[in-house]
Ligand binder design. Sequence first.
Ligand SMILES: NC(=O)c1ccc[n+]([C@@H]2O[C@H](COP(=O)([O-])OP(=O)(O)OC[C@H]3O[C@@H](n4cnc5c(N)ncnc54)[C@H](OP(=O)(O)O)[C@@H]3O)[C@@H](O)[C@H]2O)c1
Length: 292
Amino acid sequence: MERIAVVGLGAMGAPIARRLLGQGCEVTVWNRSPERGAAPAEAGATVAGTPADAARGAEAVIVMVSDPDALREVTEGGHGIAAGAGPGSVVVQMSTVSPAAVTRLARVLPPGVEVLDAPVLGSVGEAAAGELRILVGGPQALVDRCRPLLERLGSPLHLGAVGAGTAAKLVANNVLFGVLGVLGESLALGGALGLRPDALYEALGVTPLAAQAERRRPAVEAADYPARFALALARKDADLVAAAADKLGLDLGLTAAARAWLAGAEQAGRAGQDYSAVLAHILEQATKEVRR
Ligand SMILES: NC(=O)c1ccc[n+]([C@@H]2O[C@H](COP(=O)([O-])OP(=O)(O)OC[C@H]3O[C@@H](n4cnc5c(N)ncnc54)[C@H](OP(=O)(O)O)[C@@H]3O)[C@@H](O)[C@H]2O)c1
C-alpha cells in the first residue's frame, strides 16, 4: 500500500502523515482546520478539499480524529470518506472511539470498502518514530494486507475481529488512568505523612507503580505538563469507558474514581494540559485540608 490518505492532522495525525511521507508513500491529507495542512504540504503531501476527495484513489485511508462525533463527521455525508473511498480500499480507523462508533463506521462504508479497527498506544514521539503499538481488530486477510502499512507506523497486535482493537484500547487507557489516579493519591498520602520526596519515590520504586512514578517525577517536581495527549481527550476516553461499562451493567468503582479526577482537573482549567497534569490536580485537591 503506497497511496495513503490521512484524515485528521492533530497531535497524532500530523506525525503519522510525516512518517508516511518519510517512508516514501504518496500521501494525501485533509484536516477540518485547513491551516494544519500547510506543514504536510511542504513535506510533499497533497492537500484535499474534503475527506471524500482525500479518500478518492487512496488504497488506505487513515483516520485520526478526536472522538466518535468527529469520526462521524469525516466519514458520513456527501463530503465524507464513505462518499469517496473506492472498492478494494480500506479505512484504517486509529482514533480512540467507542465500540459502537466502529460498528457504525463499518455499516456506512460502501460495499467493497473494508474497515480496520486500529487505535494506538504511544504518543506524539512514538508516532513520529514509527513506534506506536497498534491494537488491531479485523479479519485475518485484511490484517495481512495492511501489515506492511501498519509496520511503517509501529507494531501491530492483532486481537480479534473489528471492535477488538477499540475494546483493547479502552482497557489500556482505563489502566493508565487508574494508575495515574493511584499514583497521585499515593504521592499526596506520602507527602502528608511526612515522607521526604526522595524517600517517597524510593518507596514507590519497590511497588508496581515504580515505572510510572519514575517517569512522572520530573513533571510533578517541575509542575510542568506540556500537552502531548490533552487531558480533555483523556476525560473523553474515561467517558467512553464509563459508557461502555454502563451499557454492560458493570459497576467499576475505581474506574469511576479515576474518571472523576480527570473531570475535576478539566473543570479546574487543565483541559489543554497533558493528561498527566491530573497528578497536579490530585495533589492540590487531596492536600487542601492538610495545607489549611
Ligand atoms: N495525543 C496522544 O498522545 C494520543 C495517543 C493515543 C491515542 N490518541 C487518540 O488519537 C486521537 C487523536 O488525538 P490527537 O492527540 O491527535 O488530538 P488533537 O490534537 O486534539 O487532534 C484532533 C483532530 O481531530 C479533528 N477533529 C476534531 N473534531 C472534528 C470534527 N467534528 N470534524 C472533523 N475533524 C475534527 C481536529 O481537527 P481541527 O484541527 O480542525 O481541530 C484534529 O485534526 C484521539 O482519539 C485521541 O484520543 C491520542
